[in-house]
Design a binder for this molecule. Structure first.
Ligand code: ADP
Ligand code: MG
Length: 443
């Protein structure tokens, strides 16, 4: 018990340090009772369902972030109410396990009805509708690509729901590209590749979200190629998403690339102003926030390229109105936009950024990573940083060495291999590294 309260004190300190206002802290965080850690999840208890829902909507990400900072590894989060029958809520903290439905935070309804269609996404939307109504039909595979936060996962989930509605017994497998890679590594290690094959080849619909994670993963690509062939020739539907088109995925086997391109490629662009306004109004309505057209217009004019951020502004305004009774006026919108911008500094994907993220997560200083210091924590962080740089930027080994104080090519190769080996052996370490990469790639 001692340990949990220590962890919790640390988390509270991080929440405050990360800019949570005193009032918000007192209202939302202070009343939380940290209960236990169970099955890799932190269980928190609050008094009312309203508290629970608000925490899930507004603070789940920040809390998880804080736990990770305190513990050094990610932990799932479950918030329960004191009511007689606790209602656990899952947040997809660790990668979604690939055994069925995409899982999203409660309250999200990623359906076709809730997807706002505009010129930037209407082609992808139509393709998804077609696939949902006739899986294994004309568009196979369907490959959707577009930047982060533009609705790819939303559309996959909508397809899933629609197919399930029409055919409740359909076997649908949704999996993230990186989770699939991890599963395969595990299967190879534990000698359970037969189960792995079976799992992937017995489905009617296979959806792999963020397939760009297969880049550079040779064994996963080989395995996936055979899975793809087996499913495709049996007329099973395959839907893939990526943040870029197949031809821009580095180190993707040629035969996979050509398979990805043989069906339908559909891209999603950043939404235009009208679509953004419609999305803001739609999200506000879903959250019961009375938003005037003028304010919606203002928000949509300010935030242009990421729907996730548009949504973030609306959620923040709702929290403000619940918390301080602040009406959703233009001023409230300005404040919320400023907060969101501060949270999502558009940091370019540079080595700089990677090193600072690794340093933060692994509790060392960025300058140590660039230095020649050899203490174990610093060496480990440096290896992870080298791995992350390679994974994210595909920079040649020589150039990576330059970024780490002129190390030569072979020491970078060694660092990357060491990380790969440890990732195979130690699931916690693997999650840590994948999480760092995901954090950097998402921002
Ligand atoms: P991606 O997978 O492309 O990174 P997501 O599907 O996770 O993006 O979308 C991010 C958020 O934006 C989700 O909450 C989603 O519901 C919302 N969103 C994106 N596009 C739309 C849209 N056209 N209509 C409604 N919501 C959208
Ligand atoms: Mg996504």
């Amino acid at each position: 018990m001692e340990m949990i309260s220590d962890i919790w004190d640390g988390v509270c300190a991080v929440m405050k340090r990360n800019g949570m206002s005193q009032t918000a802290f007192e209202v939302w965080i202070r009343p939380i009772e940290p209960l236990k850690i169970e099955d890799g999840e932190m269980v928190l208890v609050v008094n009312t369902d309203f508290q629970r829902k608000t925490l899930m909507d507004m603070y789940a990400d920040k809390l998880q972030e804080a736990f990770r900072e305190v513990l050094g590894f990610p932990l799932g989060l479950r918030i329960e109410t004191k009511a007689a029958v606790p209602t656990p809520v899952e947040v997809p903290a660790t990668p979604v396990q690939g055994n069925g439905y995409p899982q999203f935070a409660e309250g999200e309804d990623y359906s076709f009805e809730n997807f706002v269609v505009g010129p930037s996404n209407k082609f992808a939307h139509a393709a998804c509708l077609s696939v949902a109504s006739k899986p294994g039909g004309m568009y196979n595979p369907l490959f959707i690509h577009g930047g982060s936060g533009l609705g790819k996962t939303h559309l996959l989930c909508a397809i899933c729901k629609e197919i399930k509605k029409n055919n409740p017994t359909a076997r649908i497998l949704y999996i993230k590209g990186d989770t699939m890679t991890n599963e395969l590594v595990e299967a190879i290690q534990t000698g359970s590749t037969v189960e792995f094959h079976a799992k992937y080849r017995q489905v009617d619909v296979l959806m792999v979200d963020d397939i760009q994670f297969l880049s550079g993963k040779t064994s996963t690509q080989i395995e996936f190629f055979h899975t793809f062939e087996a499913l495709h020739s049996a007329g099973k539907q395959i839907v893939l998403t990526s943040d870029r088109p197949p031809k821009e995925i580095a180190t993707l086997e040629e035969r996979l690339r050509s398979r990805f391109e043989m069906g339908l490629l559909a891209d999603i662009q950043a939404p235009d102003l009208e679509t953004r306004i419609a999305i803001v109004l739609r999200k506000a309505k879903a959250l019961d926030l009375p938003l005037s057209n003028e304010v919606a217009d203002y928000i949509a004019n300010q935030i242009k390229s990421n729907v996730r951020q548009l949504e973030g502004v609306v959620k923040r305004m709702r929290a403000q109105s619940l918390l301080g009774g602040e009406a959703p006026t233009l001023v409230a919108a300005q404040n919320a936009i400023r907060d969101i911008r501060n949270d999502n500094q558009p940091v370019p994907l540079t080595v700089e950024r990677i090193i600072s993220e690794v340093a933060r997560t692994m509790s060392v200083r960025p300058e140590d990573i660039r230095s020649g210091k050899r203490s174990a924590p610093i060496s480990r962080a440096r290896q992870v940083a080298a791995y992350a740089v390679r994974h994210i930027t595909s920079l040649p080994m020589e150039n990576i060495g330059d970024e780490f104080g002129g190390r030569d090519h072979s020491s970078i190769v060694y660092a990357i291999q060491t990380v790969e080996k440890k990732m195979e052996q130690d699931p916690n370490f693997r999650h840590l590294v994948n999480d760092i990469i995901k954090n950097i790639s998402d921002s």
